[in-house]
Write a protein that binds this ligand. Sequence first.
Ligand SMILES: [Zn+2]
Ligand SMILES: [Zn+2]
Ligand SMILES: [Zn+2]
Ligand SMILES: [Zn+2]
Ligand SMILES: [Zn+2]
Length: 453
Amino acid sequence: MTSKEEELKKRKTYLQIAGTACSNCRKTSAEVGINSLLRCTRCRMSVYCSKECQKKDFSFHKQFCAAIEELHRLEEAWYSCNDKESEWSKRNIYHMQLLSEALDRELTNYERNAWLHQPKCHVCFRTSRDLQNYSPLIPCSECKVAFCCSPEHWKQYRPKHQSLCQTYQLMVNCERIRFVSDYIDSTPLSLITIRIDRYQDTSETLWAPEEWDESAIYPPLPKDWNGYFKWRKNSQFIHLDALCGVITNNLSLPLTILSALERFYIRSKLRSLEDLIIHIIGASQYEILALMTFEEIMHVLPNIKTLRIIFVGLELPMKNPGMTLQCCPRCANSDRKRICAFYPMPYHEYGSSSDYTIPHISVGFNTGLYEDDTELWKPTIEFLLEKELPCVFTSYSKEEATQDLKILKSWGAKILVGAKENKWRSTMPLIEPQGTDKFYYNNFYRTLLQGHV
Ligand SMILES: [Zn+2]
Ligand SMILES: [Zn+2]
Ligand SMILES: [Zn+2]
Ligand SMILES: [Zn+2]
Ligand SMILES: [Zn+2]
């Protein structure tokens, strides 16, 4: 197996984690044409469509499986959570410690997610292990990823679930699209439709002809995603919610930048801009996986000759002061360039280095600066305010945006737009591992600021 395949195998879908799809091939029982999937008799967590799939998954599964089996045997670890979500949450953390001890290492991302998202009754928080003889939980017949332990508890939970079932289904369908191909994550808009059809055997970059409505002059941007897709002559999937979710999850990055630029610069200036520099602060895997998508900026601002994007953040793998990325044929033919650089360090540190260049805009996606590393963010924000750089920050939810805004204000930032819904947010629901029925979206809210009050 190639390392790329290995990497893909580790990305289990929510359907797989919920025990609704084969842990190996991702097919559901309906897709395989059987009544129910086979459950691993040791961990009682992973499910398979066939003995063959179980065999193929074994090398990946065996360590975690053994650790779970050990945990199941530990009677005292399965104390009652007294129908309380907070207790269930605490017990999960305790379980993960025990699993980590059994494995003699930290849990992988997959293992942590699998444990936190394992099926539980949405009313009493019992898992199948808490029921007599590991009786299976009852799934929602529509989304198949929400559970209750009994018909009585379904009766109780149903009214709440009614309003969420659609979101669960959308999440599952988005995953279906994302997990058929790993590189759909990293494509500009025009490539996506092609790749959907051709994902199976291609690994080279396929560039589709860039198309847009030449009669319309941008900026300004259209008023919403549907308007945008129409302008880019890609309106065929407007009604496919899941496809839109996957696409907007990436396109949200360049479009959030573009809409912020519109707030900081007059249109004639943006239209004539030839060299655009963008700093992305606290960059993580989300931005890196979507690297190709940033070319969208060049398609909206067609006078740009060189687009430079500097990624700065502690999660970046290695320093690279500049590499030229491939552009689509249309851009390549007109000699346009896209350059990326990576600095794995805090932004203020990059700011004091000799490589520093003044950007047109600084961006922080899903910063959550109120939550983690607030003290590390402080000198970065002070640097941005001192230099009076135009900044846009986004958040997963209104609560986070409001918290971030409070901190930014307390540090003296002059706020132009404070914790407002971002119309260029991702529409792909993501589910919070630590909660129940809690969804969030990339770049849901945004805050614009520049300089001191
Ligand atoms: Zn299978
Ligand atoms: Zn197992
Ligand atoms: Zn229950
Ligand atoms: Zn449902
Ligand atoms: Zn292009």
